[in-house]
Structure formats: structure tokens, C-alpha cells
Design a protein around this ligand. Structure first.
Ligand SMILES: Nc1nc2c(c(=O)[nH]1)N[C@H]1C(S)=C(S)[C@@H](COP(=O)(O)OP(=O)(O)OC[C@H]3O[C@@H](n4cnc5c(N)ncnc54)[C@H](O)[C@@H]3O)O[C@H]1N2
Ligand code: MOO
Length: 413
């Protein structure tokens, strides 16, 4: 059974996304700067493509009916190359040499593949003539001027860039990148490259969380490490306000210990708290609220907990703030368990797991032996999170399970 005192992950995500719509301040960016941004308006095609009927192959443009009779020969009268069409319509008994992407001359209705052409002194023939329409791309086959080709809320990836360029939009209207300020907290933390004291460690969470934020389209602003002191943390929050952060992400200090001072610091700054504990493992102490215009996400300090919470909550929030209608959609996939899974109580569990294919080719997720939420090595060696719902019973090896792929994960051989 779910721990009914704690908010479920789905309810928590719904609350994080409630009212999260595209931020004001749309921008126009050139194509080469648009990867990962989100369209703020529909993009209407400014072109029809192909602009005329063109050949899909190198060969000969002709009338199918004229080559149908056995032994028929056509007279080669000219050439149509991409960008340089044949100057006139095809006359009776004529054919034109044509290349891929070249305009099909008026009168021609099919393309004889170069490899299938028989050429002799009498002209161009074929052992098996092509039927009408073969290897011709009709005008407007891909897109037509005036039709919407890409829609507001679409995340721009490589294929969207190619289409946007082809429909002749050199500048793309995109949502403003949400500004995400990062505040790490803890007396034990020093930055990479520094010499830690005997009980200190190197802070790492900001790097992973900034990467997740930027991959979702945000601008990450690292405000550095703050000591476990309410006044210090308040300074961090003031810096986040000065940086005009849309989202303030705090890292650590979210739990109930005497040195977990974020909630009091946030309260003193005037945060309207929404929730601070959820039924998730790792990631129980997750703070959500608003502070002025900014949204607050207080991530737990344990690195894997911070990572998983950033994937599950911060990424979707950033996407929603750019107007992506699919933000928060279920991105899990079906897999089979590579090892027996124990019953799961209380909280939804996101177990770090490797991904392979079994002998039948099924996607197989095998949980790491150690699941402590401090273990970065296990995280870096994993390709997926194997999700166990609160109340799930035992599952035998080979039984069904659900996974969420980690960013950039491949399926190991
Ligand atoms: N009595 C209880 N204790 C704890 C509970 C609880 O419910 N009752 N929850 C545990 C869980 S679950 C987690 S997760 C942690 C979260 O605690 P905090 O958010 O307060 O995080 P800290 O105590 O500051 O740090 C926890 C751990 O993570 C390390 N850390 C923190 N920040 C970073 C960073 N930027 N880079 C690398 N490592 C970081 C820190 O050194 C600690 O080891 O609380 C449990 N306790
Ligand atoms: O968030 Mo804690 O274990 O759930 O690491």
C-alpha cells in the first residue's frame, strides 16, 4: 500500500505542473541556434515542395505509352538536371535524360531507370517499360505553401530543423528559455578542484541537475555552494531573485535534520509552500512552492535522489514553461525484469538498472545490487530506472516491469 500520508509522485507532478504555461518573452532565433528550443507559434510553409513534379531517380523521362510496344525506341532530345529543367515540353516519340531532383518535362509521365535503359543507334528503349507515374515525385508531395508544417509547443530537434529550413524559415519563433537558479547547500561541500577538509566532499549535484535543466531547454545559473546557515541560504535566495530566476532549485538541506535549513530559509523569504514530502524513493524530501514569481523545487541532497527528482519533476516543469503540451507525459516503457524483484511497499521506487536484450530480444532491466541513493558509480553504470509502484508484489526474473531510460542511455550488448 502507498504511504497515504505522503503525496504520490503523480499527484506531486500534477501540482508542480499546475498553471505552468509558456513564459512571456518569446524570441526569434536563427536555425543554427534553435536546437532544443520550443516553437512559440505554428510555422506555416512558405514553399511548396517539390515546387514542380521532379524525378526521384537518374534515368529518362518519357511517355509510358510510347515505350509499351515491343522494340519501341525514343529519340533523346535533351537533358533535365536538378535546378535546370528541360526547356520545352516533350514532343511525340521523344525522351529526355533526367537526374534525381530534376523537373519532369511537360508531357512526360514516367521515368525509365538508367539501369533499365537499352540504348542503341535507334534510340532509347527498355526490356520492361515502366508504368505511368514511376519514380515521379508529384508537386507538393512533401509540403504545400500556406499549410502549417510545425506546431507551437514542438521541441526542435534535428528533423524539425531540416523541415523548418526547407519551408524557408531562417528565424524561428521560440519560447524564452526558463532561467533556473541552482543553490547547493551544505558545510561538507566544496567545488570540484578544491582541497576538501577531512569530512568534506566534492559537490556534484549542480552539474547533473544543470545538465538535465539545459537538456530540457532551460538556462542554468549556478549560484554556488551555501553554508548550512539560514542567513546564508537567504542570501542565495536573494541572489536567485536578482538573477530573475523562473525556477529556483535548491540542492540538499530539504530533510528533517537540525542542519536541514532550507524550509525555514524559504519560509522567511516568504515562500508559499505546496508540499515537502512525497511517496518516492529516492526523493522523499522534495520541496515545492512559490516565492514571488519564482517556482521553488527543493531537491534532496543525496545525489541520486537529486538526479531522479530533476528528471521526474524539473525537466517536465521546464518543458511546460516553454509551452510543450506533452510535458509530464508518461515516458516509461515496458521491459522484463533481469532478476527477481521483491515486493515494494510505501513509496514508488526508481531503481537504478542496466538495460540489455535477452535471447528473445526483449528489453531487459536488471537492478543494480546496491540501491543506496548516494551511489554515483551505480547511477553512471545504469541505463534506466526500473519503476516499482507502491504495493507492487514480487516479480520473477523474466516478468514484466516498467522502465524510464536515463538520458543518452543505450542498450548494453
Ligand atoms: N530522519 C530522517 N532522515 C532523513 C530522511 C528522513 O525522512 N528522516 N530522509 C532521508 C532522505 S530520503 C534523503 S534523500 C536525505 C535528504 O536530505 P537533505 O535534502 O536534507 O540533504 P542533505 O542532508 O543536505 O544531504 C544528504 C546527502 O547528500 C549529500 N549532498 C548534499 N548536497 C550535495 C551536493 N550538492 N553534491 C553532492 N552531495 C551532496 C550530503 O553530503 C549528504 O550525504 O535525507 C535523509 N535523511
Ligand atoms: O531521497 Mo532519499 O533516499 O529517498 O535518497
Amino acid at each position: 500500500m502507498a504511504d497515504d500520508k505522503l503525496l504520490s509522485v503523480d499527484e506531486a507532478l500534477a501540482r508542480v505542473l499546475a498553471g505552468a504555461t509558456r513564459l512571456s518573452g518569446d524570441e526569434e532565433v536563427p536555425l543554427f541556434k534553435a536546437l532544443g528550443r520550443t516553437l512559440a507559434q505554428d510555422l506555416v510553409s512558405r514553399r511548396t515542395q517539390p515546387p514542380v513534379a521532379v524525378s526521384a531517380m537518374d534515368g529518362y523521362a518519357l511517355r509510358a505509352a510510347e515505350l509499351a510496344a515491343p522494340g519501341a525506341r525514343l529519340t533523346l532530345v535533351g537533358e533535365s538536371a536538378a535546378g535546370h529543367g528541360y526547356h520545352s515540353a516533350l514532343g511525340a516519340g521523344e525522351t529526355v535524360r533526367i537526374f534525381t531532383g530534376a523537373p519532369v518535362p511537360d508531357g512526360a509521365d514516367t521515368i525509365l531507370l538508367q539501369e533499365d535503359a537499352m540504348i542503341d543507334a535507334a534510340g532509347v528503349g527498355a526490356a520492361s517499360p515502366p508504368p505511368p507515374g514511376r519514380h515521379i515525385r508529384a508537386r507538393g508531395l512533401d509540403f504545400r505553401e500556406g499549410d502549417p508544417a510545425l506546431f507551437a509547443g514542438t521541441r526542435i530537434g534535428p528533423s524539425e530543423l531540416a523541415l523548418a529550413a526547407a519551408i524557408n524559415h531562417p528565424l524561428l519563433p521560440v519560447a524564452r528559455r526558463p532561467r533556473v537558479a541552482l543553490i547547493a547547500s551544505g558545510d561538507e561541500l566544496v567545488p570540484p578542484g578544491a582541497e576538501p577538509g577531512p569530512a568534506q566532499i566534492i559537490a556534484c549535484n549542480s552539474y547533473a541537475v544543470a545538465a538535465i535543466a539545459e537538456a530540457a531547454g532551460a538556462e542554468a545559473i549556478d549560484l554556488g555552494i551555501f553554508r548550512d546557515d539560514i542567513a546564508e541560504l537567504e542570501k542565495g535566495l536573494e541572489q536567485a531573485r536578482a538573477a530573475k530566476a523562473d525556477i529556483v532549485v535548491t540542492l540538499g538541506g530539504a530533510s528533517v535534520g537540525d542542519h536541514d535549513l532550507l524550509r525555514p530559509a524559504l519560509a522567511r523569504q516568504g515562500m508559499a509552500l505546496d508540499f515537502w514530502r512525497i511517496a518516492m524513493r529516492p526523493g522523499k524530501p522534495l520541496i515545492h512552492g512559490t516565492l514571488g514569481e519564482a517556482r521553488i523545487l527543493g531537491l534532496p541532497g543525496n545525489p541520486v535522489a537529486a538526479f531522479v527528482c530533476a528528471l521526474v519533476f524539473l525537466g517536465p516543469l521546464i518543458r511546460a514553461l516553454q509551452g510543450d503540451p506533452r510535458a509530464g507525459a508518461d515516458e516509461t516503457e515496458a521491459a522484463v525484469a533481469g532478476a527477481p524483484l521483491k515486493p515494494n511497499k510505501g513509496r514508488r521506487d526508481y531503481m537504478r538498472a542496466t538495460l540489455t536484450r535477452d535471447a528473445e530480444g526483449r528489453l531487459t532491466a536488471t537492478p543494480q545490487a546496491l540501491q543506496d541513493s548516494s551511489l554515483l558509480t551505480e547511477l553512471a553504470r545504469s541505463q534506466a530506472l526500473l519503476i516499482r509502484e507502491a504495493g507492487d508484489g514480487a516479480v520473477a526474473a523474466g516478468g514484466p516491469c516498467r522502465i524510464l531510460r536515463l538520458p543518452g542511455a543505450f542498450v548494453a550488448a
